[in-house]
Design a binder for this molecule. Sequence first.
Ligand code: NAP
Length: 188
Amino acid sequence: MLNPNPKNSLFIATSLDGYIADKNGGIDWLNTVPNPDLEDMGYSNFIRRIDALVMGRTTFETVCAFDIDWPYTKPVYVLSNTLIEIPENYQGKAFLKKGSLTDILHDIHQQGHHRLYIDGGATIQSFLKEDLIDEMILTTIPILLGGGSPLFSELQNKMQFELMDSNVFLSQISQHHYHRKKALVVKE
Ligand SMILES: NC(=O)c1ccc[n+]([C@@H]2O[C@H](COP(=O)([O-])OP(=O)(O)OC[C@H]3O[C@@H](n4cnc5c(N)ncnc54)[C@H](OP(=O)(O)O)[C@@H]3O)[C@@H](O)[C@H]2O)c1
């Protein structure tokens, strides 16, 4: 059955200057603050309440290149217009999607997945351009990268968000949780 209230969420870390990857596409700076007890900063709680991930091809390929087991227990929808198929090792775990976001989301909702974790810079930007992001959990690492892949890009209109919660982890890393605030449309 289609859920009338689908929800698209971000859970992503940026540098102080708003980048999600450095000039070389690297993300090792995410670990610049020592984390001896492996504080997960709310990640497992977040993952528990989502149905599936939607990520861009670059982020998918970055995860595939990590020397670790597949880290996701939920289905991963990979957006790409150039990838011909999902590599054999990831079939059954990751699923290729192309087309308009409206069509892609319709297909994913038909699979019963309504609460989605949207990941990857270009992907997030394309969702924001269509005002399709409902929730953002933004974690800020105290580093200036000076360039790289930005989280945000230009938008046609302003978008207001409401701060729901804030936390500081490891005395260094701030995290803000926002919900999209939309003007109420009163129907005559
Ligand atoms: N800091 C963090 O927490 C964090 C989190 C996630 C990722 N990252 C890093 O961020 C970088 C990835 O960022 P990115 O800006 O390259 O973005 P991305 O969203 O991961 O990948 C972009 C690609 O996704 C595909 N795509 C995106 N939107 C699409 C759409 N609407 N329809 C069809 N295909 C679409 C396109 O692939 P095709 O070219 O194949 O069509 C596009 O080139 C990586 O270095 C990754 O490691 C960091």
